[in-house]
Every structure is written in C-alpha cells, then in structure tokens.
Design a protein around this ligand. Structure first.
Ligand code: UD1
Length: 478
C-alpha cells in the first residue's frame, strides 16, 4: 500500500488535541490517493441470530419504560450471559483476518448489535450460528467507522487497531464525551503512534496510516481497558515484538488474548500488567466462547442481597467476581460459591461499608451504582468513592427522589441507611445507573417507572424476563 504522509500531524500533537480540545491541525486527507485499496466487497449480509435475541428494531434506542412493583422476593436461578465487554473487542478482532471467526455465548444486547453494524459497514459478512455469530472480513468495503455509529457506542473505536494493522489505514470517528465523563482516546493514539502509525485528527475523525506497524515497547501512562485491547490487537500483525507496560488487567483482556492466540497470534502476559506480543504476518480463523459477564452476574448478586429467597446466579465465573464478592461479604451479604454458581439470600443485617472503585483486580466502576442501591438499605453511613470516571453519580439524584439519603462530596458519596425507598418516576441516564434504579425499584414500596430503558438494553439481555422468572413484578411498557 502506498504511504502518504504529507499533512499528517504527529501523535503528540494529536494527543494534545484530544485531551485539550484545541482545534486540530489541518489534514489534506481528501487529496490523498491510496493505491492498493482492497476491492469493495459485495453488499454485506446479516442473518438474524437466535443468540442475539434483540430484534433488529431494538438495535435502535426505543422509548420503552420498565414498570416495577417493589417488595417481591426473588427466588430461583438466573443464568448469566456472555460478557458484553468481552464480546465487543472479540468482534473487533475478527477484522484481523479474512478467515471466518465464530464467537459463541454472544450476549443479545444492543451494543453487540451496534458492533456488528460497524463491522458490516466495513464489509463484514455476518451469519447467525446456533449459539452466536460467524463473521467473515474477507474484503474491506470501507475504511471508515462513521460518527453515527461511534457516537452511540464508544467501543466502536476498537476497530482502529485491527483495521490499521491489517489494511494499513483506518478512519474512525472520535467518540466525544458521554454521560459518565470525557473519556478521551489519547492512550490508544499514543500507543499506535509508538508502533509507527501516522495519526491525524480532522473533522472529528481519527485518520491513521502505516504501511506495516513495527513492534515497540509502550508503557501506558494510565491503565485503560480499551487502549490495552486496541494496542494488543494492532501488535499481532506488527513486524517484530511489542511489549506493553502498565496494561489493564481486566478478565476481558485475557479473553481477547485467548481468541487472538486461537487465531494464530503469539501473546503472553494478558491479565498481568505487562503483555508481550510477537508479531505475525497473518492470522486465521477460530471459534471462541465469550466469557460470562461478571457485571451482569454482580448485578443479580446485589438483587439477591436485597431480595433473594434464595437466588442462584448460574453460569458465571466466580474468580472474575472476587472483588465484588469480597465487598458484598464486607457488607454482611452471605454468599455460597460453587463452581459456576453463586447462591445469595437477602441479608438480614446489611452493614454500611465504604467502597472505592479501582482498575481490576480492584472493585469495578461498572458495579458502583448497583452497590450504592444496596447501601441505601444498609445500617450506617458508607462512603462510595469513584476513581475511574468523573461523572458517574447520575443515579444519585434519582435515588434521592425515591427517598435515599445520599450526599455527593466531590468524587465521593455519603450514603446513610437504611432508608425506606418509595416508588417514583425515574430516568435512566447510563447503562449501570439504569441497573441501579431497577434494583432500587425492586426494593422500594409501590410502583416505579424507569424511563429510557434503552440504556439498560445496551448491556443487559432480557433483564425484565430474567427478573420475572425470579418472581419480580416487572413489565416493559411502551
Ligand atoms: C471499559 C469498559 C467500561 C468500563 C471501563 C473501566 C468496555 C467496552 N467498556 O471502558 O464498561 O467502565 O473499561 O473499567 O470494555 N482514559 C484516558 N485516555 C484514553 C483511554 C482512557 O484518559 O485514551 C481514561 C478514561 O477517561 C477513564 C480511564 O482512563 O478515566 C479508564 O478508561 P478505560 O479503561 O479506557 O475505559 P474503556 O475501555 O472506555
């Protein structure tokens, strides 16, 4: 592929632009003729998959609400699905080969649908399989992940590394801020630049090029799940060895490395803070089961701690849930762990216990809002401190409307309990805040209507059906 460098800003400049919101340098990208572009593929084809139980229409945000009558005990067994946060990078990784990659245990959630749409837009052919989806990225139809898709799901930026690494070029919309904070992607860009990519920002897009990435040592200035994943994928097809330092250690990263190794990559150390990748000329197809969703499991464990009689959370991986289990136990929740099942009953004496979110193996930020719902029912005052995202207390105002006693103090919240929660009309603001409101509603007296359930549908498969199966009174209203 021909390499065109004129007009491209250095990544240092790009990173400053991303973080400081200074106007980016101009890039003459539209004048660049790239030879060797792969032929445009035939129109992509999608077959509805049974594993993706979300109807096509539900891929779009709906105005659905959940109507919940509180106070019902939860009894029985709930099965945890595949992890959304593993499925998304796994799907992006399919871009690294022209051979078929089959993912099983794929969760039927809206974010997965969005990622499939991103891939299809790039030329992927996706096909339903009995337990998931088969993706073939034989030819590239476009180099661009457009704003319309990326703005609905930030994880779309994960196509940048694989596309650049395999095809030498990628154009991906900058995701912009979101409900829980600014969330820049400077670490992704700095890392790719270290592997030899030329990166420019213009018109709200990242444009990256490299004839072939070159292995290098790169230490992340801060732990980032997405940046670790993007760099790890990009390095699989780089020339030579890449060593990534200060990596995020989340279980979803080890899951991605397992898929990549099954595709022929050579990755060691994923799940620790240093990952080594020996670059390969090409990767091939594979079949890979997505790991169980630790956040979905944790959410049902909190439901059980509030109302379990008893409740069994099945098909999960307790080792991935260690920080959550430890925190719940400190608050007085009794848990019985056996293989892939955890049994929990409503705690008789919930005690307030402070929480501080942290990168894995710390307590996950994605379980902070649910824990706060639990603390409204605990005896005493607890301090919940959010260290990962700056605006992740959007659920607090809604919990207050239900009667919770919570005060925000900078990065922390002081929750005093137990308080009697009463049903109210509340508004979901982001994915995990929605889960928190559903939990609070089930613990409250009377009727709660949770608006903007489309946030919940991004990451929880059939939550109301699963909860109804346990005895909750929940219905979706339009
Ligand atoms: C992933 C998860 C998300 C989870 C988060 C933290 C997916 C699809 N999403 O998001 O559910 O809440 O990890 O566990 O897996 N940062 C920078 N520059 C960057 C990248 C990140 O400053 O280039 C900052 C972020 O603003 C944030 C922190 O690093 O403060 C951690 O973010 P990161 O781990 O990257 O989160 P995501 O990968 O976006």
């Amino acid at each position: 592929m021909a390499r065109e460098t004129s007009g491209f800003a250095s990544v240092e400049a790009a990173a400053v632009v991303v973080t400081c919101h200074v106007a980016p340098p101009s890039v003459l990208y539209s004048n660049v003729e790239v030879s060797g572009v792969l032929p445009v593929s035939e129109p992509s084809k999608t077959i509805e998959t049974s594993a993706l139980a979300v109807p096509a229409a539900a891929a779009e945000p709906s105005m659905d609400k959940l109507r919940i009558i509180g106070g019902r005990s939860l009894r029985g067994r709930v099965s945890v699905g595949g992890a959304k946060n593993a499925a998304l990078p796994d799907l992006a990784a399919t871009l690294l080969t022209g051979d078929p990659v089959e993912l099983t245990n794929l969760p039927g959630v809206r974010d997965v649908r969005t990622m499939l749409r991103v891939l299809e837009q790039l030329g992927a052919v996706t096909e339903a399989t009995e337990r998931g989806v088969r993706v073939v990225n034989e030819r590239l139809a476009s180099f661009e992940a457009p704003y319309d898709l990326v703005k609905t799901m930030r994880a779309s930026v994960l196509v940048l590394g694989p596309m650049l690494s395999r095809h030498g070029r990628a154009r991906v919309s900058l995701p912009g801020g979101c409900a829980i904070g600014e969330r820049p992607i400077n670490l992704h860009l700095e890392g790719l630049a270290k592997l030899g990519a030329e990166i420019a920002l213009e018109h709200g897009y990242v444009e990256a090029r490299a004839s072939r990435l070159r292995g290098a040592r790169f230490d992340f200035a801060q732990k980032s799940v997405g940046a670790t994943e993007n760099l790890m994928m990009a390095a699989t097809l780089a020339e030579g060895t890449t060593v990534l330092g200060n990596c995020a250690q989340e279980p979803e990263i080890a899951d991605l490395a397992e898929l990549l190794n099954a595709m022929g990559a050579s990755i060691s150390g994923a799940g620790t803070d240093e990952i080594t990748i020996e670059g390969r000329r090409a990767l091939g197809g594979a079949t890979h089961p997505v790991i169980p969703d630790r956040i979905e499991a944790g959410t049902y464990l909190v439901a059980g701690a509030l109302l379990g009689d008893p409740l069994e959370v099945a098909d999960c991986r307790p080792q991935d849930l260690r920080p959550v289990l430890q925190q719940l136990r400190l608050a007085g929740v009794k848990l019985a762990v056996e293989d892939d099942t955890i049994r929990v009953s409503a705690a008789e004496n919930l005690t307030a216990h402070d929480l501080r979110t942290a990168p894995h193996p710390g307590y996950p930020t994605d379980m902070q809002a649910q824990y706060m719902a639990l603390m409204t029912q605990a005896h005493g005052a607890s301090v919940v401190t959010e260290t990962i995202f700056e605006r992740r207390f959007m659920h607090v105002g809604e919990l207050q409307r239900m009667g919770a006693d919570i005060r925000i103090q900078g990065k922390s919240c002081v929750v005093v309990g137990p308080t009697r929660l009463t049903g109210a009309q509340v508004m979901a603001t982001d994915l995990r805040a929605s889960a928190c409101l559903v939990l609070a509603a089930m613990a409250a007296d009377g009727e709660t209507v949770v608006d903007r359930v489309y946030h919940l549908d991004r990451g929880y498969e059939s939550m109301e059906t699963k909860l109804r199966g346990l005895g909750a009174e929940v219905e979706r209203v339009r």
